[in-house]
Design a protein around this ligand. Structure first.
Ligand code: HEM
Length: 236
């Protein structure tokens, strides 16, 4: 039994857990306490780094989902989209962690950020890259089946797999929107709504970027469904 405690994987670390996950390297990626401009900097770094990791995981699952859509495997692509969407919940909820930093303390941390800005977040840029490509894969399947979005929603029981996929894409769009909304509120309460960021971008621009949607067509179809239902009510 003793042998089971001994590491057998290659790499650094006292156990296979540490070797497989490379925890030595991972946990050395934060500044040491002596380098912090304020003790809140640990939370600031951990939240950002954890968000980057999770956003990387989301983009990975979404790319897999895109390949499955192209292959016509709607059920498995919807399953991976569900996973990715669920993973995206965490970077959103972690934003609230940073709301506990006071504006005065944040400016001590901010002084050490250089021109560092979330506009260069590899994780978020990954989402902005995959979003439209997922939409194109979905559109190709609609075209192949000779459908338009309105028809897909009307005949949702018949095209259950593709309809479910459309709803999961909507979930993704909604979460990106929610990330931007909660992040905007965070920026407004920490640095204010009428100032510029570390890269010179006015906080107001975050407001404009929040309006962006990947799949406007999937949102708009609901307007037409409601309009038709109301028209029918009037006619009856
Ligand atoms: C104290 C906390 C934070 C503040 C005050 C803040 C502030 C800002 C500001 C002012 C911008 C506009 C660009 C610029 O910097 O000039 C921005 C952009 C951005 N930040 Fe943050 N941020 C915070 C935390 C975070 C966290 C935890 C993330 C997670 C990854 C993040 C991700 C982003 C992203 C993705 C953008 C680009 C947004 C878009 O494309 O719509 N930020 N942030």
């Amino acid at each position: 039994m003793d042998d089971l405690r001994k590491p057998i994987l290659p790499g650094k670390g006292a156990s296979d857990y540490e070797r497989y996950l490379r925890t030595d390297e991972l946990l050395a990626l934060q500044k040491g306490p002596e380098e912090f401009r304020h003790p809140d900097e640990m939370t600031f770094m951990v939240v950002h780094q954890a968000s980057e990791l999770l956003l990387k995981g989301v983009a990975w699952e979404l790319e897999r989902a895109r390949v499955l859509i192209a292959d016509g495997d709607f059920f498995n692509s919807a399953r991976l989209l569900r996973r990715g969407n669920h993973m995206l919940e965490y970077p959103i909820s972690m934003l609230h962690e940073l709301e506990t930093i006071t504006p005065y303390d944040y400016h001590l941390i901010r002084a050490g950020l250089g021109h560092g800005s979330g506009l260069d977040s590899p994780g978020f840029l990954g989402l902005l890259h995959i979003g439209p490509r997922l939409g194109e894969a979905f559109q190709s399947q609609l075209t192949r089946l000779n459908l338009i979005v309105d028809e897909l929603y009307r005949r949702h029981a018949e095209f259950f797999g593709l309809h479910d996929l459309a709803e999961r894409l909507l979930d993704f769009d909604e979460r990106v929107h929610l990330f931007r909304f909660h992040h905007l509120k965070l920026a407004q309460r920490i640095i204010g709504s009428g100032v510029v960021g570390t890269m010179g971008t006015p906080v107001e621009v975050l407001h404009q970027r929040m309006e962006h949607l990947f799949y406007k067509e999937l949102w708009d179809v609901r307007n037409r469904i409601t309009a038709q239902a109301m028209q029918k009510e009037q006619d009856d």
